[in-house]
Design a protein around this ligand. Structure first.
Ligand SMILES: NC(=O)c1ccc[n+]([C@@H]2O[C@H](COP(=O)([O-])OP(=O)(O)OC[C@H]3O[C@@H](n4cnc5c(N)ncnc54)[C@H](OP(=O)(O)O)[C@@H]3O)[C@@H](O)[C@H]2O)c1
Length: 302
């Protein structure tokens, strides 16, 4: 944890405490911090959000103006085997963070997921559409949203996002790049549609939201556009070949979800309508393919 230095010169900058600081979004939030903020980055080893006393102590000590709550149990399939573990982090942990944030009057920005929806609607989900999660992960995240909004009496900002990737951590882009090197062909699901979202601009949008105290309740933010996992994989291969991250193309077959057994059921169409949030923040989102190219270019140059 980057603790405030209690010395002769008190740090008068507003504090932003990040939970799950070692995760994809947590890392990008630290990198994107605007000047003038004191960032208190709390990885899971420093702050376990399932421990209510630890959460209380961290917020009491740091007195942040803003809390970015990104810590989450994100293993969607494993959550089916151990739903209690997902609940403990995603609903229980969120409640602890919300209570502590309320106690110290910190603005809470809580991150949630497109997996709160069942995907049956067939058009982009607005924030007013009814959630109906298909699996344990989505249920636990929906529980977290509800706890956060109940405890803060609607003052917290809940930002749902989707299909997040970055140049570090566990994500679809890095998994595909590895499999495309190891295998001679791949099958990728083509009947689940969503929006790939680079963690970096998502972090930028969350920082923009941090400065907008009037924004509260549920919001949606992803990159622009839509894709299936198959489209996403094809784009990853195309861009990676162009950038020299891959040396050969392999055949990629579209699969139906039934052909790719996974423990958790996933929504078939979980595109989020982000228009209200974009206009509230005065931001435009780049198309997912543009962001994918930029991220892979960074990876190639690293
Ligand atoms: N990844 C996606 O595709 C996606 C899509 C939609 C929404 N989201 C949401 O976006 C947010 C950020 O996701 P991400 O992609 O950055 O996930 P991530 O890379 O898996 O990071 C999550 C972080 O939470 C930490 N964590 C887990 N249990 C914890 C606990 N009990 N206390 C404190 N920290 C804990 C993890 O630490 P360890 O690794 O040490 O366990 C990890 O660093 C999450 O709320 C997630 O639900 C993600």
């Amino acid at each position: 944890m980057t603790a405030a230095i209690h010395g002769a010169t008190p740090d008068s900058r507003p504090g932003a405490l990040i939970t799950g600081a070692g995760g994809q979004l947590g890392i990008e939030l630290q990198a994107a911090a605007p000047a003038g903020w004191r960032v208190i980055a709390c990885g899971s080893a420093e702050l376990d959000v399932t421990r209510t006393e630890a959460v209380d102590a961290a917020l009491e000590r740091e007195r942040p103006a803003v809390v970015f709550h990104t810590a989450a149990y994100t293993a969607v399939d494993a959550a089916e085997e151990d739903p209690a573990a997902a609940e403990a982090v995603n609903a229980g942990g969120a409640a602890h963070v919300a209570r502590a944030a309320r106690r110290v009057a910190a603005r809470l920005i809580h991150v949630s997921t497109d997996f709160v929806f069942d995907g049956a609607q067939g058009r982009p989900y607005t924030t007013g559409d009814r959630p109906n999660p298909l699996g344990a992960y989505g249920r636990s995240k929906l529980g977290g949203e509800r706890e956060v909004l109940r405890i803060t009496e609607g003052r917290a900002l809940v930002v749902r996002t989707a299909w997040v990737y970055s140049c570090r951590g566990r994500n679809f882009v890095l998994t595909m790049l590895r499999l495309m090197q190891e295998r001679d062909e791949l099958g990728v699901v083509s009947d689940q549609i969503g929006t790939p979202t680079w963690a970096r601009p998502l972090a930028g949008a969350l920082w923009a939201a941090a400065g907008r105290a009037e924004l509260r309740g549920i919001h949606h933010w992803t990159d622009a556009g839509v894709a299936s996992w198959y489209d996403f994989a094809m784009a990853i291969q195309d861009e990676a070949l162009r950038l020299g991250l891959l040396s050969r193309a392999i055949p990629i077959r579209p699969l139906r979800s039934e052909e790719y057994p996974a423990r958790a059921r996933r929504p078939s169409y979980s595109v989020l309508d982000t228009s209200a949030t974009r206009s509230a923040l005065g931001l435009t989102a780049a198309h997912w393919r543009v962001n994918l190219r930029t991220m892979l270019r960074g990876l190639a140059n690293a």
